[in-house]
Design a protein around this ligand. Sequence first.
Ligand code: FAD
Length: 514
Amino acid sequence: MQDWTIRCDVLVVGSGGGALTGAYTAAAQGLDTVVLEKTSLFGGTSAYSGAAVWLPATAVQERAGIGDTPEKARTYLRAVVGDNDVDRQEAYLATAPTLVDFLESDPNIEFEWRAFPDYYRAPGRMDAGRAINPLDLPSAEIGDLRELIRPEPDVDRAGRSHPDETLIGGRALIGRLLLALRGTGHADLRTGTAARRLIVDDGRVVGVEAVTATGETFSIRADRGVLLAAGGIESNAELRAANGTPGRAAWTMGPNGANTGDLIRAAVDAGADTALLDEAWWCPGVEMPDGSGAFMVCVRGGILVDGSGERYLNESLPYDQFGRAMIARGADSAIPSYFVFDSAEGGPVLPAISIPQASAEEHLDAGTWVQADTIEALADKIGVPSGTLRRTVEQFNGYAKAGVDEQFRRGEDPYDTFFCRPSKAAEAPNAALRPISTGPFYAARIILSDLGTKGGVRTDVDARALREDGTAIDGLYAAGNTSASLSGRFYPGPGVPLGTAMAFAYRAVQHMLR
Ligand code: FAD
């Protein structure tokens, strides 16, 4: 007989956007809910995020008057992802409006639409995007919970300090969900507590064995179900190698050492099947002075070359497609690649956003960036053939003058120019093509990073964990990066990681209630 330390209705493992949505769904309906978070802080990678949430055709898009409809969203999703997993796509789309209504019925939660284009040129696309974001959260409203939310990457990963008057992005999402959860009076929120084993009774998952940061082991029984939303395998070098997941644990954007696939392993031990374990939400990473990766996004200038000194992609691609192009080019040649830029913005200013950021001086001191007065000298410093790099830059400058990138069509998709300053047509007919002509010149080392892996436990429309034979494991549910994503090998638009995590966590708990 198992001796239970704690008993609850719903147990949620992890504390990102999916986990807390699931926990709130349970607690708001009066179920006693326990949340276990392994680290000392709530929020995981979700707290680092921009908190764009791809939940299409909800009341929020309607308030914004952007003309999104379920049909349009379906057309787009199907065109991008294909029709492999139609049932889960339908469940996702059907859940989006209901979930947003449910969350917004809590006084602590409100979303707004913010422009950020969908990522693929496909029917049903919204050029200015359809993702919604939680409203920023003034620190005064979050009170003592603020100290328990994972800080933004600049603070958490790069050791900088920032005034924190208002929580934005992922911190606002986590903060709002925590406030809402606390308001229910039915949530027991625990940091510093890792789930390490699922407890199975007669084929049903009935609880977990957990361990505190001080090594105390205890068991929790969950009468309705256990929801695993504890991230992917991104920070586990061994599991990445075993599954052939490109990139490195040291380069991921997941919080240091947090998401090590513990619950994917535990679910497999309990009989669950897995899929897509070689997949991630890819992005280019600016190599940081300490060897970690920083998410490079919103490119507005510069070019990328591999070890041969040649371009091999449209540098303005959405980050996941950028990462996929690096993988396709091959690790030997393209990882690292070099992002070549000039001083047009007034010195060593990377023409893109780096999350987190190191200063140019720190990069130049560490050698992750190099500087030279000529393109040839720059090529020598990074070890690529100087004649090739010069020709690449000259050719690109010709494209910039003409306004047409004959190789990679950069600047022809609305996403490409979304982050660029409007061009003065006569000087720069294509805002995404800025010549590289103002010395000194710079090259930044670019590695393959990810925003979390996206393979894991195979699940059904209600997020129930499935065995290899397709039957569901009673009592066990998975969402977010602990589950195999319905978006497969695509990243359709901003907010799909969080949108899917939240939608399926909600569905999991609704299923537990049936
Ligand atoms: P996480 O949010 O990482 O949460 C997992 C949690 O589980 C962690 O806190 C971890 O400590 C905990 N955990 C792990 N093991 C255990 C255990 N054994 N016991 C208990 N707890 C455990 N996505 C979007 O959709 N929209 C965006 O705008 C967006 N912007 C991004 C911006 C940045 C800078 C980054 C880095 C990512 C961004 N992403 C965005 C991606 C997205 O944030 C992640 O893919 C997603 O949040 C992952 O959610 P998750 O719940 O699976 O994992």
